[in-house]
Write a protein that binds this ligand. Structure first.
Ligand code: FDA
Length: 369
C-alpha cells in the first residue's frame, strides 16, 4: 500500500490537511498518540451533553471562506460568547463594556465611563508601560485591573503581572456600548452535536487510515525512512530532540464533574478573577448548546506550569522562546519532506479558524494551486 502522506496528529490542522489531500486522490495515514481523534477540539457526550474535554471551544471568524468551509461538515448554532467574571462573589460582564462599568462605578453614559477610566489612567502616570501591570493600567485604569485582570492573569501565566511582558495584552477589548458579545467577528457559534463529528467527517475517506495510540517518536527513524512526505503537528522542539533547548508552554489541568442539578452557574463560561480561587474558569458545557438535560456537567480549569510530558496547551511566545523557535524553524526549512503545522509545529497561539486557514494555505502550496 503506497502512502503519499503520513500525518502526525489528528487535530484540526492534521485533519484538514488529510481531508484536502484525500480529496485530491492522495493516500494518507494519520497517526495520533491520544486514544481519540480531534486534538484539543475533541468533544464527547456525557449525560446527553457535548463536553469540551480540553476547555471551552467557541468557533469565531471574520473570514466567510473559513466559515463556509467548516459549515460544510456540520451546522453551527447561534451561541454568542458572553463570559461572566466572578471576583470574590461580585459578578461582572465581559468583555469590559458599559454593563461592566455600570456595575463597577454606577456610571450610565459612555462619557462618564471614559472619564472614569481616563481619571485613573492619569493618576497612575504611566507613559511607557514596562510590564503587563503597567500596560493594563494604562489601558483601562486601576479598578478594572485590580478586580478583573490581575489575579486572573497571574494565575494563567504563573508569574506576577509586574514580571510579565507588556505585549501579552496589547489589545484589551474595551467597549463603550452595552454589548456582552466577547468576539467582534462576524461569524461565531458551536457545532450542533460537538466538534468531534467535524474531524470524523474530515477523516472519513477510504483513502485515509487512522491509527490511534501511536506516538511518532516511538518509531521516528522508521517513519522518516518509509514515508515520502510527512505532515508533523507535534512539538517542533521535540522533533529536533530539544537540541536548542525546550520551548516553553503553559499547561492546564481539567477537573470535570457531573452534577445532579439542572443549572449550576447560568452561563457557559465564568472566569474567577481573584488570586485566591485556584482555578481560572468554570465551564458549564450544556449552555454552549442551550441544553435542557436534567443533569449538568462542569469543568474547572486549573493553569499549570508545563514540564516535559505534560500537555502543551499554550505556546509562550515571549522573545526568548520566539528566538529559539526561529532556530528550530531553520532546521525545519532544511527538511523539504516534512511539513510542520499547527499550534505546536508552528509554535503559534492559533485559534481554530487560523489553524484551518494555515492548513489550507499549506495545502495550496503543496499541490501548487
Ligand atoms: P492540536 O494540539 O489540537 O492537535 C495536535 C495533535 O497531535 C494532538 O491530537 C496530539 O495528541 C497529536 N500529537 C502530538 N505529538 C504527537 C506525536 N509525537 N505522535 C502522534 N501524535 C501527536 N480556538 C478557538 O478558535 N476558540 C476557542 O474558544 C478556543 N479555546 C481554546 C481553549 C483551550 C484551553 C485551548 C488549549 C485551545 C483553545 N483554542 C480555541 C485553540 C484550538 O484548540 C486550536 O486552534 C486547535 O485545536 C489547534 O489544532 P492543531 O491541530 O494545531 O493542534
Amino acid at each position: 500500500m503506497n502512502i503519499d502522506y503520513l500525518i502526525v496528529g489528528s487535530g484540526l490542522f492534521g485533519s484538514t490537511f488529510a481531508y484536502e489531500a484525500a480529496k485530491r486522490g492522495k493516500r494518507v495515514k494519520v497517526i495520533e498518540k491520544r486514544n481519540h481523534i480531534g486534538g484539543n477540539v475533541y468533544t464527547e457526550e456525557i449525560e446527553g451533553i457535548q463536553v469540551h474535554r480540553y476547555g471551552a471551544h467557541i468557533f469565531h471568524t471574520n473570514d466567510k471562506n473559513i466559515w463556509d468551509y467548516v459549515n460544510q461538515f456540520v451546522e453551527f448554532n447561534r451561541f454568542t460568547n458572553s463570559p461572566i467574571a466572578n471576583y470574590k462573589g461580585e459578578i461582572y460582564n465581559l468583555p469590559f463594556n458599559m454593563n461592566t462599568f455600570n456595575k463597577l462605578w454606577g456610571v450610565v453614559t459612555p462619557e462618564e465611563a471614559k472619564a472614569k477610566i481616563e481619571e485613573q489612567r492619569r493618576k497612575a502616570k504611566i507613559t511607557t508601560p514596562k510590564n503587563l501591570e503597567e500596560q493594563a493600567i494604562s489601558l483601562v485604569g486601576t479598578d478594572i485591573y485590580e478586580k478583573l485582570i490581575k489575579g486572573y492573569t497571574e494565575k494563567q501565566w504563573g508569574r506576577k503581572a509586574t514580571e510579565l511582558p507588556a505585549f501579552i495584552i496589547k489589545r484589551l477589548p474595551v467597549r463603550f456600548t452595552y454589548d456582552n458579545n466577547y468576539f467582534n467577528d462576524r461569524y461565531q457559534g458551536i457545532p450542533i452535536g460537538g466538534y468531534t463529528q467535524i474531524i470524523e467527517k474530515m477523516l472519513s475517506s477510504d483513502l485515509i487510515d487512522v491509527e490511534l495510540n501511536t506516538d511518532f517518536f516511538e518509531n521516528k527513524e522508521m517513519y522518516l525512512k518509509e514515508y515520502p512526505k510527512i505532515v508533523y503537528t507535534g512539538m517542533i522542539d521535540q522533533f529536533f530532540d530539544y537540541q536548542y533547548g525546550e520551548l516553553e508552554y503553559r499547561s492546564l489541568h481539567f477537573e470535570t464533574m457531573v452534577l445532579n442539578q439542572e443549572n449550576y452557574q447560568g452561563n457557559a463560561v465564568v472566569n474567577f478573577t481573584d488570586a485566591e480561587t485556584p482555578y481560572t474558569r468554570i465551564i458549564e458545557h450544556k449552555h454552549f448548546e442551550f441544553g435542557t438535560q436534567p443533569k449538568t456537567v462542569i469543568t474547572k480549569e486549573y493553569p499549570k506550569t508545563w514540564k516535559r510530558g505534560d500537555e502543551p496547551y499554550y505556546p509562550l511566545n515571549d522573545e526568548e522562546n520566539n528566538r529559539k523557535y526561529r532556530k528550530y524553524r531553520e532546521l525545519a526549512d532544511k527538511m523539504p519532506n516534512v511539513l510542520f503545522g499547527g499550534r505546536l509545529g508552528m509554535y503559534k497561539y492559533y485559534d481554530m479558524h487560523q489553524v484551518i486557514g494555515a492548513a489550507l494555505s499549506i495545502v495550496k502550496k503543496e499541490f501548487s494551486e
